[in-house]
Design a protein around this ligand. Structure first.
Ligand SMILES: Nc1nc2c(ncn2[C@@H]2O[C@H](COP(=O)(O)OP(=O)(O)OP(=O)(O)O)[C@@H](O)[C@H]2O)c(=O)[nH]1
Ligand SMILES: [Mg+2]
Length: 307
């Protein structure tokens, strides 16, 4: 019997409790992981084996329209590299615009996408409160929603189709396998989310690092050497006069401390750049700076979105 979980798309099985798709009884519609998430808000980080390449191949073979779902805090060149490998007609969807602070206008994001990442066309801005995708799906039959885990694919599909069974959660890889929703004689496919090393680095703190409210940018005027500690996850240290603004979830506690960082990497950040802390957000840095940070932190530097 090939029955799939209506929440996450995984093939149901009643043989191995430790493996994905387990149900005590194959007549159930949700796998145990989804059931426990929906009913008891339990987070189960089954290490789902996600293969980005295989997802890209499947999309390139089977889709006729792709919605590539991303959010501002997770824009990075790794993500754009995945986007570029999709050869079907596609939209770049910036989701979760409800959390954008006032000074981050859609125009600024469009400029960033165009100038920095060379994404020139078909950009859509949306959020879970918005249903502006509907008129874009009219001429297609096999529509795939893909993007990083937690970018909001399942939430968007639910809103678009009214299909409420799909699992929607900050748990990493809530959607475990391709999950097809039939809608107006079309197939809308919810893909498992792409995973980058930065996702795995932060997976225990997902509830905190995913913004659920409008982001309050946090500004720090630096006049003497200081270390900023981000929720005991990582630290950065600045020594010279500067002004920096952090665009991260409001729930993430930032503390000023004066202790140096022991095991560090040092990077030069040009003036008016954004330092992307992958999987977390970005920090706008006004003056050129030499920044120390934890050795393993995964970062990228780009021209500022405010330039
Ligand atoms: N603020 C905000 N949060 C959103 C929005 N859309 C989704 N979320 C939240 O983001 C988290 C992930 O949503 P999902 O729809 O499960 O994301 P997904 O892309 O399907 O994730 P995977 O199945 O893991 O690949 C949930 O906590 C959602 O409530 C949005 O428009 N705004
Ligand atoms: Mg999902």
């Amino acid at each position: 019997m090939n029955k799939k979980c209506v929440g996450c798309g995984i093939l149901l099985q009643n043989e191995n409790k430790e493996k994905s798709g387990y149900v005590a009884d194959l007549s159930y519609n949700y796998c145990e992981r989804c059931f426990r998430n929906i009913n008891y808000s339990e987070i189960n980080d089954l290490n789902v084996a996600i293969d980005n390449n295989s997802i890209i191949d499947t999309i390139n073979k089977k889709s006729d329209l792709v919605f590539f779902v991303a959010d501002l805090l997770n824009l990075s060149s790794d993500l754009i590299n995945i986007y570029e490998r999709i050869f079907k007609p596609k939209y770049f969807v910036i989701n979760k615009i409800d959390v954008l602070p006032k000074n981050v206008t859609l125009e600024k994001i469009t400029n960033l996408l165009t100038n920095e990442y060379k994404v020139n066309e078909n950009i859509i801005y949306t959020s879970k409160n918005n249903s502006n995708l509907l008129d874009r799906i009219k001429l297609s039959n096999n529509i795939y929603f893909c993007g990083l885990s937690n970018s909001g694919k399942s939430t968007l599909i639910s809103m678009l189709t009214g299909e409420n069974n799909l699992i929607k959660s900050y748990m990493l890889n809530s959607t475990q396998d391709y999950n097809t929703v039939n809608f107006e004689n079309k197939k809308i496919v919810d893909c498992p989310g792409f995973i980058l090393p930065s996702n795995l680095q932060n997976d225990k703190l997902l509830k905190i690092i995913l913004p659920n409210k409008k982001i309050n940018p946090r500004t720090y005027q630096i006049s003497k050497p200081v270390t900023l500690n981000f929720h005991n996850m990582f630290s950065i240290r600045l020594t010279d006069v500067n002004s920096i603004i952090c665009y991260v979830s409001n729930g993430l506690v930032i503390k000023k401390i004066y202790k140096d960082i022991d095991e560090y990497q040092e990077i030069v950040v040009p003036s008016n750049s954004d330092l992307i802390i992958k999987g977390i957000g970005f920090i706008n840095v006004k003056n050129k700076a030499i920044i120390k940070m934890d050795k393993n932190l995964i970062i990228e530097i780009r021209n500022s979105i405010f330039k």
